[in-house]
Design a protein around this ligand. Sequence first.
Ligand SMILES: Cc1cc2nc3c(=O)[nH]c(=O)nc-3n(C[C@H](O)[C@H](O)[C@H](O)COP(=O)(O)OP(=O)(O)OC[C@H]3O[C@@H](n4cnc5c(N)ncnc54)[C@H](O)[C@@H]3O)c2cc1C
Length: 359
Amino acid sequence: MPQNIVIVGGGIIGAMAAYHLTQRGAQVTVLDAGHARATDASFGWVNASFFADDAHFQLRAEGIAAYVRLANTLDVPVTTQGSLVWENEGPDFDSQVDKLNRLGADVQVIDRQAFAALEPAFGQPPERAMLFPSESAVDSAALVTSLMAAASAAGARMLSGVFVDGVTQSGDQVTGVTTAMGALPADQVIVASGVGTEVLLARLGLLLPMLKRPGLMMRTRPIAQTIGHILASPAQELRQLSNGAILAPVSAGHQADTSSEITTPPDVLADAAIIRLRTMLPDADLEWDHVMLADRPMPQDGLPAVGAMGPTGLYVATMHSGITLGAIMGELIATEILDGASNKSTDLLAPYRPQRFVQ
Ligand SMILES: Cc1cc2nc3c(=O)[nH]c(=O)nc-3n(C[C@H](O)[C@H](O)[C@H](O)COP(=O)(O)OP(=O)(O)OC[C@H]3O[C@@H](n4cnc5c(N)ncnc54)[C@H](O)[C@@H]3O)c2cc1C
């Protein structure tokens, strides 16, 4: 068991790892530079309805189950409000339903009337939608605060505003990290640095190519309770926060967004998103008050990169859909670091080992 674990990055992945490691008695220090975090700008949807292939579905379904386990042990801002999804239409909708049924997903197809009964304020109910009753929404920034408070109560230390500029090693063993203010010793370093992962690993001569995928998240001023589910239409995703605000990505078709840059001013994009939202919720008085920009941490093939890499004592965990996957990743990372790979971690993580980029 490592004696001294340093986690570089205090977003959801670093916080989940810190929480699970400290619950097992590990000595953990988290360093976070305090840059714009993907976690804070996230839509916070925990879902298995969006997936790349069977293994990715399985991992995401495990992600949902891990949140249930987490909520049984810690008071966390996670609400199982279910989602209504009709991003695909026509034959694409049918084929998505077929795939999900084959994979054993918790999904029902509902018609316009049933949709209107579930979401009476929605202006143009679709002809049909998929209802995922077990999908949930996470207030991701508040979740990180809860996880770090629990980790801290179990002995973790946090250094915020501190940028890690290197990982040190002696022979093949990691010995710590360096910062502009000096070095910190560690026999295990977890790089959970989101979009900062590629650069930090490159300093060790390790390759983990990542895409640039900026995203803008918009929040409205609070309104009265209007929608109950997470809604994903072809034009727009949206959900209502506990304070009444509507949270919505400003890009239409956010899940499939492959833009590497945003060239329109954020306020112009937010105005356009508000117009789409007003059509969806015609009786709501919607004004946006906050737009957040963050890059999604996305390895080059769009899939997570998780596992030991390079010298002994180095472990990497970076991914998109890190909210969906955060709870399961915390469990798996703690297991792999404290006990070594288990059957479960080997099965779930085999397609996502970072070495796939080093062929
Ligand atoms: C607009 C948007 C919407 C999204 N919606 C969803 C969604 O609905 N569902 C879902 O599952 N996922 C969603 N995601 C993805 C999800 O938010 C991310 O996958 C997840 O937050 C990544 O967490 P992380 O901890 O890896 O990275 P981050 O949250 O980015 O945290 C990394 C931390 O590391 C720190 N750091 C970086 N480099 C260094 C360094 N060298 N030294 C010290 N600290 C460092 C940074 O300051 C940062 O705080 C969305 C992302 C975006 C941008």
